[in-house]
Write a protein that binds this ligand. Structure first.
Ligand code: MG
Length: 271
């Protein structure tokens, strides 16, 4: 089987130090987490940032602080910035402001859905704006598919020539309000991908370990980190390192070797 690409998503939008004291918030904390997760096998850094009050933001300057810290330490990881809907204003300009930074990937939702307490609103106009800016800056989209409709819309955008093939998908499972994290749903989504696509799985909460294990066994790739799960065993706060340790052990048990950042670049056609 192809080598396994592990993405680390150290903080996302929801975790706080109150919910889990291991959540990194500042640029230095985030990069400390990324550095050690790289040593443990993570190839891609899925990065969100917070403002000075700790709230999620799409602020270009805040993303730049993290990227500068990564560069200062000469940390070799594939940088993937979030263009998600929870970073403040939901305008094409605000959502895309970080895409001219020196990065290799960015997230792209190709449809709308619900988060537990807000709308994951991605209009056709916003989606095309994000793609065009990614294309102009040589940034590869990671298509965040929360359901089948987002896969079909990505296929349509590829046929139209807006999205460039081969496509890379992240199948986001078990977000309350979106596709439930069941093996049957995951299998159906994988089978619905355009031929030649690469894919990864993100699974929230209870579905995290079962669906990541399934993805590893199927030859897909995985994402872990506090963005996706704060506790596996009740009352035990995970950290990005304990989560990395778990998934690396599963990969070893299944017999999937782990991709370095350069091998991941090859697999994802980033070069
Ligand atoms: Mg994210």
């Amino acid at each position: 089987m192809e080598k396994l690409i592990i993405t680390i998503a150290p903080l996302g939008n929801v975790p706080t130090k109150e919910l889990n004291p291991n959540t990194p918030i500042t640029a230095v904390e985030i990069t400390d987490n990324l550095e050690r997760c790289r040593e443990m096998g993570a190839a891609i850094a899925h990065i969100h940032v917070r403002d000075d009050e700790g709230k999620p933001t799409s602020d270009r300057e805040k993303f730049k602080e993290v990227l500068d810290e990564i560069e200062k330490r000469k940390l070799d990881m594939i940088t993937q910035l979030s263009t998600g809907a929870r970073g403040g204003a939901n305008t094409p300009e605000w959502r895309s402001q970080m895409l001219d930074l020196n990065i290799e990937m960015a997230s792209l939702a190709t449809g709308s859905s619900n988060f537990p307490t807000s709308v994951n609103a991605n209009s056709p106009e916003l989606i095309e704006h994000l793609i065009n800016k990614m294309n102009a800056n040589g940034v590869k989209p990671e298509i965040e598919a929360f359901d089948l409709a987002m896969i079909d819309n990505a296929s349509y955008l590829a046929k139209k020539g807006v999205l460039k093939s081969p496509l890379h998908f992240n199948l986001v499972m078990n977000v309350p309000g979106s596709a439930k994290g069941t093996p049957r749903n995951l299998l159906h989504m994988v089978e619905s991908l355009p031929v030649g696509s690469t894919w990864s799985v993100t699974a929230i909460g209870k579905a995290h370990i079962p669906l990541l294990t399934m993805a590893i066994a199927m030859g897909g790739n995985i994402r872990t980190g506090l963005e996706d799960i704060l506790e596996i065993d009740k009352g035990v706060k995970e950290s990005n390192y304990t989560l990395m340790e778990r998934v690396v052990n599963i990969a070893k048990a299944v017999g999937r070797p782990i991709a370095t950042p350069d091998e991941a670049r090859e697999i994802l056609s980033l070069k």
